[in-house]
Design a binder for this molecule. Structure first.
Ligand code: PA5
Length: 420
């Protein structure tokens, strides 16, 4: 499980105050645990088995096997919620098998796409276009370029190399019917940033050799815990309450921190989840993420002595996996005090020291995770999705829409001559 601890050495938040806030907001937890009618169209992720039950997992595994047996490269074409969860897991875990995953359709840089294309020659290539609303320009462009590449290389048979994850009845599904691409459901009732545990996140992860059954099992266990635990004992509820109490006190940023650089893309997923879900109606905490210990040498200064606008949430892995012992050396480099020390102990000492120093100045949340593996990724995805639902509800915003991202598009489409 994920265990939450909260420290505020600055003395700004008393535990009594948090308890009182949670008592006042308990109705929000009860409603979320049941799944509210008003968000029925967005809660497809709430019951993990709805979109990641045995039948769907078996289908994903069958499709993934086809790519794993024949492919060298899978290019995921998607942006935002359509690619972040898969990337978070794939880039953090070793995977099993030979398929390398590349990412396209997530920017408009010509140098970037050329670099992707350069890596494909001589390899057996498959693509997975993922788009809920098949109007998003970046994946549209990426899909066209990669489709044309496949056509040129493989002729008419190229279509068996295209997997398309889209909603039923969408234009993308029509393309699948017309051109013979394999279609996977993008659940209508799940928004991109909540889509880790359905075809969207699971199919590419399975292709990369990630144990998706373990991921789903972690999410399922977390669901059971969070949907049945009442009040203060519910860690997602506590986390959401801490965020909101601190927001009311004037904090405007939450910084996610860990000493494990493999969380790099998970950080992106988490940032998107909270930014897009809560940053609306002139409200919301600005989510940022740091990679320690590297960022201690830059952002660490701001945290310790800069404007008091942020609080910090640490992801702390209890059992780091790889052992590396620092052997004694005949070069007198000044680091002999580390002789014979396991790097894991050094990292852990750096974590404890940082946590102590930071929590003396600002509120700090510590989320303890047993190990970094498929199971804990499933837990974390569900934990934060559920917490985000609660937190947005406490804040008084709809955590499932994103009206603000439409504004720039009007100007861009006008400039590019798009009329419909
Ligand atoms: O969370 C969301 O809903 C968004 O971030 C979308 O995932 C993102 O905009 C991509 O949308 P689409 O899959 O429709 O291209």
């Amino acid at each position: 499980m994920v265990h939450l601890e909260f420290y505020d050495g600055s003395g700004q938040t008393a535990n009594d105050e948090l308890s009182e806030y949670m008592r006042q907001k308990e109705e929000i937890l009860i409603r979320a645990q049941a799944g509210e009618e008003q968000y029925r169209d967005s809660l497809g992720w709430l019951a993990v088995d709805e979109w990641a039950g045995e039948e769907r997992i078996a289908e994903i595994e069958t499709f993934a096997k086809r790519v794993r047996e024949d492919g060298d490269i899978l290019v995921i074409i998607g942006i935002g919620g359509s690619n972040q969860a898969a990337r978070a897991v794939i880039e953090a875990l070793p995977g099993h098998g030979k398929v390398k995953v590349l990412y396209a359709g997530n920017n408009i840089s010509s140098a970037y796409i050329n670099h992707i294309l350069e890596q494909l020659d001589g390899k057996s290539v498959y693509i997975n276009i993922i788009a809920k609303n098949f109007e998003t320009m970046e994946p549209g462009i990426g899909f066209r370029i990669l489709r044309q590449y496949l056509k040129k290389r493989y002729g008419v048979g190229y279509s068996s190399r295209v997997f398309a994850t889209g909603t039923r009845g969408s234009e993308l599904q029509e393309l699948c019917v017309t051109h013979g691409y394999t279609f996977l459901d993008f659940p209508e009732d799940i928004g991109g940033r909540y889509s880790a545990l359905c075809n969207v996140g699971l199919f590419p992860a399975a292709v990369a050799g990630i144990d998706i059954r373990a991921m789903v099992s972690g999410a399922r266990d977390m669901e059971k815990n969070l949907r049945t635990t009442a009040g203060e004992k519910n860690d997602a509820f506590r986390y959401a309450a801490i965020r909101n109490v601190l927001y009311q006190k004037g904090f405007r940023m939450e910084m996610l921190a860990s000493f494990e650089p493999r969380y790099q893309y998970f950080n992106g997923w988490w940032t998107q989840l909270f930014a897009e879900s809560e940053g609306k109606d002139g409200k919301g905490l600005y989510p940022v993420a740091v990679k320690y210990s590297e960022d201690l040498h830059s952002i660490g200064q701001f945290v310790q002595e800069g404007s008091p606008v942020l609080f910090e949430t640490f992801l702390d892995i209890e059992k780091p996996d790889a052992e590396v012992i620092l052997e004694a050396d005949d070069v007198d480099d000044g680091f002999d005090y580390l002789n014979g020390t396991d790097l894991r102990a050094v990292n852990s000492a750096a974590f404890s020291a940082t946590f102590q120093a930071h929590s003396e100045r600002l509120p700090c949340v510590r989320l303890r995770i047993e190990e970094l593996n498929e199971y804990s990724f499933g837990q974390l995805f569900y934990f934060f999705e559920f917490a985000c639902y609660l937190s947005g509800s406490m804040l008084g915003v709809n955590p499932f829409n994103q009206p603000g991202v439409e504004n720039y598009k009007g100007y861009m489409f006008k400039a590019l001559g798009k009329h419909k």
